[in-house]
Ligand binder design. Structure first.
Ligand code: SAM
Ligand code: DTB
Ligand code: SF4
Length: 331
């Protein structure tokens, strides 16, 4: 008998009639997803995934840190916060030719998108002009472009759009009610504000979070709700597993159980059926089997290349071998 509990199965029409479009999912509904038997949850996530995507296709983005370290913010997980004593050295902005060379190499390896990150609270106007040059050049190579530069001020998103930016990454990172335990130098609401500016400018939104920072399951469910209820939801949803960085306040947090991480991917897939869900930081520490479970739960994007921003990522060869074993195709 096929008795999969149909929690959170509210039809869209009903949701639209009874709830404002900006509140499609409740925390209770997403918690109920987490509580499903694992097999039922994965089955449900696979169903949703297959209704909206080819389940054997994975999108690949390559990251480059174009301005590393020395950041004013106090994000408790981050190697690049100036105030923590980490192994990451502060570096000046990369010259344009180095960025172009890295983007070309990423394209040659098979990435479809190139994402440039800067360790800023937000860009100054003169920084933005340089990043805009980078975007123009990377776009010129035939790659999709993404940047992650922190909080934006009025007009800055328009400038990025004008330069040819496809995606802006800006993570909600964690539940609004847990945010203050991880970050105090800016607010969850500031992140939402920047996402609004990105949307207004007609740039696609990439926004997700970090799992395994000591948050509760309820916090995880609430983060998923806050992402899914963005109107519209982000096109791209990176789910990072905390990479513990010595010297940061979160260096010694107990790692999250792998199945709980997979459940989070499944919850993201079910609540954001049309979004690419990216299995993001933390892949280097995962077995091939755990990654395969994440793909089964609906992840259909990865960061590709041997480095994230400051930490390691699986070598491209290991990813190619995994794709071969699973019959996955890059898009
Ligand atoms: N400064 C910009 C900002 O905060 O949006 C852009 C760079 S910041 C490093 C981009 C994202 O990387 C963060 O929002 C966070 O989700 C992720 N991240 C940073 N350090 C991480 C870590 N140690 N483990 C997992 N994810 C991390
Ligand atoms: C995202 O969600 N994860 C990426 C990207 N967006 C910018 C960054 C992960 C950073 C992991 C830690 C590091 O390499 O410094
Ligand atoms: Fe700065 Fe971004 Fe790191 Fe926070 S996550 S310290 S804003 S680089």
């Amino acid at each position: 008998m096929n008795a999969i509990p149909q929690v959170a199965a509210r039809p869209r029409e009903e949701a639209a009639a009874t709830v404002s479009p900006a509140a499609r999912w409740t925390v209770a509904e997403v918690e109920a997803l987490y509580q499903l038997p694992f097999m039922d949850l994965i089955h449900r996530a696979q169903q949703v995934h297959r209704e909206n995507f080819d389940a054997n296709e994975i999108q690949r983005s390559t990251l480059l840190s174009v301005k590393t370290g020395g950041c004013s913010e106090d994000c408790g997980y981050c190697s690049q916060a100036a105030r923590y004593n980490t192994d990451t050295e502060r570096e000046a902005m990369l010259p344009l030719d180095e960025v172009i060379a890295a983007a070309q190499a990423a394209k040659d390896k098979g990435a479809s998108r190139f994402c440039m990150g800067a360790a800023w609270r937000g860009p100054k106007d003169k920084d933005l002009a340089k990043v805009s040059e980078m975007i123009r050049a990377v776009k010129g190579l035939g790659l999709q472009t993404c940047v992650t530069l922190g909080m934006l001020k009025d007009g800055q998103a328009d400038e990025l759009k004008e330069a040819g930016l496809d995606y802006y990454n800006h993570n909600l990172d964690t539940d609004a009610s847990f945010y203050g335990q991880v970050i105090t130098t800016h607010k969850h609401a500031d992140r939402i504000d920047t996402l609004g500016q990105v949307r207004e400018a007609g740039i696609k939104v990439c926004s997700g979070g970090i799992i395994g920072m000591g948050e509760s399951r309820r916090n995880r469910a609430a983060l998923i709700v806050q992402l899914a209820n963005l109107d519209p939801p982000p096109e791209s949803v990176p789910i990072n597993n905390l990479v513990p960085i010595p010297g940061t306040p979160l260096a010694n947090v107990a790692p999250i159980d792998g199945f709980e991480f997979v459940r989070t991917i499944a919850a993201a897939r079910i609540t954001m059926p049309n979004s690419f869900v990216r299995l993001s930081a933390g892949r280097q520490e995962m077995s091939d089997e755990l990654q395969a479970l994440c793909f089964l739960a609906g992840a259909n994007s990865i960061f590709y290349g041997d480095k994230l921003l400051t930490t390691g990522n699986p070598e491209a060869d290991r990813d190619e071998a995994l794709f071969d074993k699973l019959g996955l195709r890059p898009i």
